[in-house]
Design a protein around this ligand. Sequence first.
Ligand code: ZN
Length: 257
Amino acid sequence: MANRISILMYHQVGEFRPMKKHRAGYCDHRRFATQMAYLGSFGYRVLDLDRVLTCLRGDLPIPPRAVALTFDDGYADFIRYALPVLQRHGFPATVYAVSGLVGQRAEWLREDPKRVIPELMSAAQLREIQSSGIRIGSHTASHPRLAGMSRDRQTRELSESKATLEDLLGERVEHLCYPYGSFDLDAVRAGAEAGYVSATTCLRGPAEPSDHPLALPRKAISFGDNLIGYFWKLAVKNRPKPRLIQWRQRLADESSC
Ligand SMILES: [Zn+2]
């Protein structure tokens, strides 16, 4: 029986000129369509995050070729380029929105003056994708690096964004994604206290039953991934990176205290 789930991390899906840096932030929409068709044709089971948690807890078996789709930041282009493809295949997905920047731009990307600063979805657009079956998760209030931040500020970022998005969407927001993959033990605790049931990271590897639900690893899909690279990440590249192994140990120690 399968014992792992590939949670895929996408950022922007759209039309881009080839780039050298930040390639994990972009996916060409034609490649995205091919990747989704590949999942559909080769019997991959695309699960929503609630189902991922149910399977990781052992309440349901993990199906073979289990995959989940996540999209960080809530880029407005998602509606044009990713949503129709997901709908065509009937695939569930989660979009992580930054509650303090709804309807604005991805201000945090200004750290790099050469980057294009894309638009983020408005409240109406988030509701539109929600009504199309996309799940909205939180990507905090202001997209900060949570690791090393005071516990109070972590709590504010996580609780405020949850409350704001829940008001805006009229449904519970229970899935979290740490911006930049930056988190520490306090952030995990703050996330649990705020009421999140899952949190995804940028730790690289497949999710397994031993994973802490608030520190789930993912596989980043990059601009450079052609179908061979995609297959490689899904089916072959399953060895956890050292940092993931360290975090699994640290969180297992924490849970057993
Ligand atoms: Zn982000």
